[in-house]
Design a protein around this ligand. Structure first.
Ligand code: ZN
Length: 291
C-alpha cells in the first residue's frame, strides 16, 4: 500500500499521521498549534521521517484555496500564513489542501457515515461551527469556501444570550458553538447535567435544526453528519432529528428526513485525519494523471 502523509491542523491542536487508511494510521503525533513556523516545523519534521508519496493537509480557516494561505484569522500570527510552501520546500511530493470540514467530509465519505453518498454535509460544532458539503462527490469551492457557521438564525423565544460571534454576535456560531453553550450557562458543555443539560440540548437542537433545514432546502443532501466536541451533548443528535422534522413541516416530506437523517460521524475523532489521507491520495492521482 502507498503511504500517505496526513495533517489535520486545528486552531488548538495539530495531528499528523502516515498510512493508507484510518486502520493503519499507527504512527500518529499530536501537538498544540502554536506559532506558524514552529507548528509547520514540527509537521515537516514528522513527515520527513515517514517519506510519504503524497501529503494531505486539512486545515482550519478561513483558507484561501489559491496559493494555500490562511486568510484573515483571529488566531494570532496566522493571517496570511502559507501552509503548503514550507512543506513542499522540505518534501517534494504532491500536496492536497482543503479546509478541515471538507477534509472531514471526504474522510466520512470514504470510510465513515457517508459511504456511498454523493451529496451530504459534514457539520462540526466545537469552538466554532463549520460545514463541509460534498455535492456529486466533490467539496464545494466558490469564491473562497462556504462559512456555514455564520448563517443567521431566528432566536429561541427563551434565549436572551447575546451571542458570542466576534463578527455577527448572534449568528449560528454566536448562539450554538461550544463557547456559546458555556457563555450562556457558565458551565462547559461536558459538565452540564439535569435541567441545565436539557436546556442546552433544546437550544442547541433548535439552532442546528434551522441550519440543517436551510441545507436541506439549498443542497438536498442525502444525509447530514454532525460532529465536533459540542455535538456530544447527551441526546443532542436525537433532538436535532426531532427539531428538524418540525422545521421542515412535512416539506418535502421525504421519509429520509424522519429518522436517522442527522447522524454522528462514523469515524469519531478520526474524520479529519482520514480526510487528509483522501486529500493526499487525490493529489497523488492528479500528479500521476498529469505526467
Ligand atoms: Zn458569525
Amino acid at each position: 500500500m502507498r503511504e500517505y502523509g496526513a495533517v489535520e491542523m486545528g486552531g488548538t491542536r495539530t495531528s499528523c499521521a502516515a498510512g493508507s487508511s484510518p486502520e493503519d494510521l499507527s504512527r500518529k503525533v499530536t501537538f498544540p498549534t502554536t506559532a506558524p513556523a514552529e507548528t509547520l516545523g514540527k509537521v515537516v519534521e514528522f513527515l520527513r521521517e515517514q517519506a510519504p508519496v503524497a501529503i494531505g493537509i486539512a486545515a482550519f480557516g478561513p483558507l484561501g484555496l489559491v496559493g494555500g494561505r490562511i486568510g484573515v484569522t483571529p488566531k494570532e500570527g496566522w493571517s496570511g500564513t502559507d501552509l503548503v510552501g514550507p512543506v513542499r520546500n522540505a518534501i517534494d511530493v504532491p500536496i492536497g489542501l482543503d479546509t478541515d470540514v471538507n477534509g472531514a467530509a471526504l474522510g466520512e465519505s470514504r470510510w465513515g457515515a457517508a459511504r456511498g453518498l454523493d451529496t451530504f454535509v459534514y457539520v462540526t460544532v466545537g469552538t466554532g461551527i463549520g460545514g463541509g458539503a460534498l455535492v456529486d462527490g466533490e467539496p464545494i469551492h466558490g469564491l473562497g469556501h462556504p462559512e456555514m457557521g455564520h448563517i443567521s438564525v431566528r432566536r429561541h423565544p427563551d434565549d436572551d444570550y447575546p451571542g458570542i460571534c466576534r463578527l455577527h454576535g448572534d449568528c449560528l456560531e454566536g448562539l450554538a458553538s461550544g463557547p456559546a453553550i458555556e457563555g450562556r450557562s457558565g458551565i462547559r458543555g461536558e459538565g452540564l447535567s439535569g435541567s441545565d443539560l436539557a436546556k442546552a440540548v433544546e437550544f442547541e437542537a433548535f439552532y442546528l435544526a434551522q441550519m440543517i433545514r436551510n441545507l436541506v432546502y439549498i443542497l438536498a443532501p442525502e444525509r447530514v453528519i454532525v460532529g465536533g466536541g459540542a455535538s456530544r451533548l447527551p441526546g443532542l443528535i436525537d433532538q436535532v432529528n426531532e427539531s428538524l422534522i418540525e422545521e421542515l413541516s412535512g416539506y418535502p416530506g421525504l421519509a429520509e428526513h424522519e429518522s436517522g437523517f442527522v447522524v454522528s460521524p462514523g469515524l469519531g475523532d478520526m474524520s479529519g485525519l482520514a480526510g487528509a489521507l483522501v486529500l493526499a491520495a487525490r493529489a497523488f492521482d492528479r500528479a500521476m494523471s498529469s505526467e
